[in-house]
Design a protein around this ligand. Sequence first.
Ligand code: DX5
Ligand code: ZN
Length: 217
Amino acid sequence: MLLIAPSILAADPLNLERETIRMSAAGCDWLHVDVMDAHFVPNLSFSPQTVRSLHRRFPDLPLDVHLMMDNPGCYLKAFADAGADGITVHAEVPGDPYTLLHSIRDLGCRPGLSLRPGTPVSQVRDLLPLCDLVLVMTVEPGFGGQSFMADMLPKLDALRAAGYAGLIEADGGLDPDTVPLLLAHGLDVAVVGTALFHSIHPREMMDGMRKASQNRG
Ligand code: DX5
Ligand code: ZN
C-alpha cells in the first residue's frame, strides 16, 4: 500500500499546526519536512526547533526529514533528538555519505539517500545497502509547486535493477495524475506538497492515490 507524506513546505507557515491537523485527519502516513539551508538549494526553510514542536504536538505522526543542506552531518543529532523518524541526506553533499548514513542509523533514525535529477543510480550503487529509503527527486530541489519530471521514472527501475530492496520515495510535482505513473515503476512513498495543501478534499485525494496503488497489483 502506498504511503503518503504531505510536505509542509507547501503549508501556510502561519498555520502549521492547523494544516498538520488537517492532513493527519485526512489520513496521511508521514509528514515530510523539507529542510533547506540556502546553500545546497537557493531557499531556506525549517529548523530542528520546528521538528521538535511538530513531534511534541503530534507524537504519533512519523516525521520524514529531508535535509537539503551542504553539511548535514552537523545537524543529524539535532534532528534526531528533535524527534525525526527518518533522516534523508543528499548524495551530492560534500563529505562522506557512508559516515552520514551510518550516523543516521546509529542515532535510531531511518537512513535515507536523496538523488537530484542529475544524479544517476550508478553513482550511488555502493551506498544503497546502507539505505532503508531512497528519495528520487522529480524536480530540482529547492521549491514546491514545480512540474513533475517524467524522465525520472526510469530511475526507480534502475534502483531495483541495482538490487536495492528498501523503500523508494519520490518528491516533486506529485499529484493524482503523476502518482500513478510512479506507482507503475514501483513507488512506495509519495511526497505531496502543493496538490494536497491546496486541496479542499485531501482525504479523497489520498484515498484516490492509495486506490491507484492497489490497482497496480
Ligand atoms: C523541493 C521540495 C518539493 C516539495 C513538494 O525541494 O522537496 O518537492 O517537497 O513539492 P510539490 O509542491 O511539488 O509537491
Ligand atoms: Zn523533500
